[in-house]
Ligand binder design. Structure first.
Ligand code: SF4
Length: 127
């Protein structure tokens, strides 16, 4: 991540530090280049990076609204689990444990199917 001091604005104790941080949008796989303006440690603006070869300064609406992921009062702030049609708050430890178990089971199921398919193909080939 690159950044540069953009300016210090204000006078005396009202002096504000303004930085531009050069980074990528991570809201989808395109990874558009972005410039985030940070004032006194708080991101206040996201723009497209004009010199980026992919987006050339453009951002889609999702990328332009990226700060909402940080500051929107309605964003998710903790894990929720759907139980009997309703969402219930759970701890991060519970969420990570349950997701890890499901990923492990899913991987095991895929590997089992893959082995069956390869065995069938080998059987077909040897006939
Ligand atoms: S700006 Fe839009 S297209 Fe680009 S990475 Fe972000 S979400 Fe994807």
């Amino acid at each position: 991540m690159l950044w540069r001091e953009k300016a210090e604005v204000g006078e005396g104790s009202m002096l504000k530090s303004v930085k531009e941080i050069f980074t990528d949008c991570t809201l989808c796989y395109h990874s558009c280049g972005t410039v985030v303006t940070v004032e006194d440690g708080k991101a206040i603006e996201v723009e497209g990076l004009k010199t980026h070869p992919l987006n050339q300064g453009m951002l889609c609406p999702k990328g332009r609204a990226a700060l909402e992921n940080v500051y929107d009062p309605h964003r998710l702030k903790y894990p929720l689990k759907k139980v009997n049609g309703n969402f219930e708050r759970i701890t991060w430890d519970q969420a990570l444990t349950e997701i890890a178990e499901k990923l492990f089971l899913s991987r095991h199921t895929v590997n089992t199917h893959r082995k069956r398919i390869y065995k069938k193909l080998r059987d077909l080939k040897s006939e």
